[in-house]
Design a protein around this ligand. Sequence first.
Ligand code: NAD
Length: 512
Amino acid sequence: MTDTSTSAAVTSGLADDVRTALHACGVDLSVVGGDAVVASPITGEPLVGARLDTVVDIDAAIGRAAEAFPAWRDTPAPLRGQLVKRWGELLSEHKEHLATLVTAEVGKTPSEARGEVQEMIDIADLAVGQSRQLYGKTMPSERPGHRLQEVWHPLGVVGVISAFNFPVAVYAWNTALALVCGDTVVWKPADATRLSAMAVDALLARAVADSGAPSGIHQLLLTDADGSRALVEDPRVALVSATGSVRMGREVGPVVAARFGRTLLELGGNNGAIVTPSADLDLALRGVVFAAAGTAGQRCTTLRRLFVHSSVADQLTLRVVAAYESLQVGDPREDGVLVGPLVNERSYEAQQAALAAAQEQGGTVLAGGDRELTDVHPDAYYVRPAVVAMPDQTAIVHQETFAPILYVMTYEDLGEAIALHNAVPQGLSSAIFTSDQGEAERFLSAAGSDCGIANVNIGTSGAEIGGAFGGEKETGGGRESGSDAWKAYMRPSTQTVNYSGELPLAQGVTFI
Ligand code: NAD
């Protein structure tokens, strides 16, 4: 196999770049340098220390958000939109700085890091428009002289828990909408991405000051597991919107449910694509490789299972393997690199364990899976994305391993492929590559993909913010971002107004 990993020594300078970006975004560098040191997956080197909030700090922060809520709730929604508009402007101005931080903390290529920041800008735009469209419905009343209507009111404090792999975009999907909906927000980012969180928080603080909004409406919590639990348990937090693994969802969901709070869960995916005999294989190849190997397989929508019709399986698999062997793996800041590092050693070990299990279950590794660049970056974890031919959808294929492994399986009949596709516990994103409209429609129908996202001739990753994002089954059922996802951040009030001067009762009931 050709070694196309980059071997040039990193010029490092990461910590300096991070400090410059933090300063430009308005983070007070005299308050950083705390105990929670964030390391870069690119080199393994420590970047900058962040403060660590205690349970007492968290109680106070939630208190500030709760106190700010009534004033923010009572601010007209289009004025709330002006704050988000200003935030969006600042995010645009600092797009490069934020992308630098995302690259340093997550190891994304600059292009993907900029794409992540662009999602924040896009959702801010969407939310500003939404601030004038928090529509309720008016229904015909069965009683004369009555009006029946539904009005959407702000909910309260929204707790946002975010995952490391989309450290700022998913938080922004939640926050831009929650703010225009009249809620206040408390954010707990992933431990690995505290620095980009500090920068985004500083920009939001500036937008709050510039727009004259109440200062307590957003709070950043940099905390550990105890602090996270305190946030989840706190009855003042009306909605907990949590993004992360199914394991996390299983821990968070019941705690919030026990206090009758609301959750919006965006959990793990195990996304599949079907390639039918009529597919344009050039297009399918590009769609598959970007979805499966992009972001080093660390997207919730990463393609992990590929079902190829037996008539085109050899041809497509050979081309996927060739593409994988030519992918440049390395420091994402270097030109030509498409695959950066895994986030940490734990991810690498999970990948190795999954590859070993796949082989025990009859799989054959066709490409990748090896660690690379250990000479230049002994403290970082670079792997070549792996392609594994599986005889069947075995136990390991049912699991989400958050690393780049693409399991390839063949099928004969589309019904069989759809059944296999739907046979895993997760239900986030899915795709079919086909030129046959009947096949596409079947996949999109109620009897087709059981996922929250179903695509035709596009891979499973790279969603736009205009549509609602989220998935079914163990993925948690939440929907964020576009469409009517805003309703999760509000409470509907059903209102009946009697202007008849009489008191007719519903259902024809007679009383006094
Ligand atoms: P993770 O579950 O380890 O952590 C996610 C977040 O939850 C972090 O902020 C973490 O500190 C917090 N957390 C963990 N346990 C908690 C608990 N008991 N109480 C409160 N907070 C807790 O996930 P990760 O490794 O950061 O991210 C990768 C996972 O996230 C993958 O499974 C991926 O599919 C998923 N993900 C899903 C989506 C989606 O929209 N569906 C988006 C991005 C990532």
